[in-house]
Write a protein that binds this ligand. Sequence first.
Ligand code: HSE
Length: 310
Amino acid sequence: MKQVRVFAPASVANLAVGYDILGLALESPGDEVVVKIGTKPGLTISKITGDGGKLPYDIEKNTAGFAALQYLRSIGKDQLPIEMEIHKKMAMGTGLGSSAASAVAGVFGVNAYLGQPVGKEDLLKFCVEGEQKADGAYHADNVAPSLLGGIILIRSNETLEITQIPVPSDLYLSMVYPHIEVLTSESRAILSENVSLLNMIAQTGNIATFIAGCYESNYDKIGQSLTDVIIEPQRAHLISGFYDYKEIALNNGALGFSISGAGPSMFALCKGKDTADNILEQFAQYLEENRIKADIFTSKVNTEGAKVIG
Ligand code: HSE
C-alpha cells in the first residue's frame, strides 16, 4: 500500500465504577497517523503536528512510535523502511486518553499499511506498551476502547483478557474538559493502596450491576450503579468545582457523573440525546458564570474504534 491515514478515538476510562478495567470510546476527538514508505531502513517519524512541539521524534520515546515499533519487532519487520506522521487532534493530559489514541493510531496505522497481517484484537498488547511510555502504568482501559470501540471490560491488564460489553443504543455522554492540568502519574500516585471491605462490596455490586444493565439495555440499573465510592472521592479535589458539575448533571437527569480517566475531564452518562444536550447547556452556563475555560461536547459511544480514513 502506498500510504494509509488512520484515526483512533478518544476514550473515557474507569466509567466511575471500573478503575483500570472499564472504558468506552468516544466519537471524537481523536488522533490521526499517516503511514508510508520511508527512505531508510526502520521506522521513522517524519512529522508531528498539533502537539505544540512537546512530543519526541525519537521512536523509542514516542508513544505512537514505540507502540508501532514493538508491533513491527513482533512480526520481524522492524527494518522495513516506514515513515510515520503523527497528527495530534486532541490536547494532551485531558483525561480523554490522548496518549492511548496516539499509541492505537500508530500500531493500527502500521498494521493497515502492511495489509492487516495481524487481527485488530491482537494489536492491543503493543498499544498498551506504547501508552505505558506516557504514564508508566500498564493498563488497557483507554487503549482497548480506542482500538476496538464500544464499552470494554478488562478482566486482567496483565493478560489483556477483554470483553466487549453491549452498548445500549440510547447512551450519550456530555463531556467537560476544564483547561487545567492533572498529571495522570500524580492522579494515580495519590490513591490509597487499601480499600475497606464495605467499599469493596459497594463497588463490586455497582460494577456488576452496570454490566448487567448494559447487557439488558436497562437504563435504571445503569443509573443506580454508576457510583464510585473508591477512586472519585480521592481525586475530586484535583478538579475545582467537581461537585458543582456533578450536581448539575444529576439534577438534570444524568444516569451518572464522574471523572473521565485520571481527569480533569468529566463525563455525564445520559439516556437520550436531549438529556445530554440539556446537560451540556447547563454546563455552558455554569462555566460562563464562573469564568472557567473549558471544552464541552456530547458524544455517542463509538462502536467502531480505530479506522482507516484515507
Ligand atoms: N484508569 C486510569 C486512571 C486511566 O484512572 O488512572 C488514565 O490513564
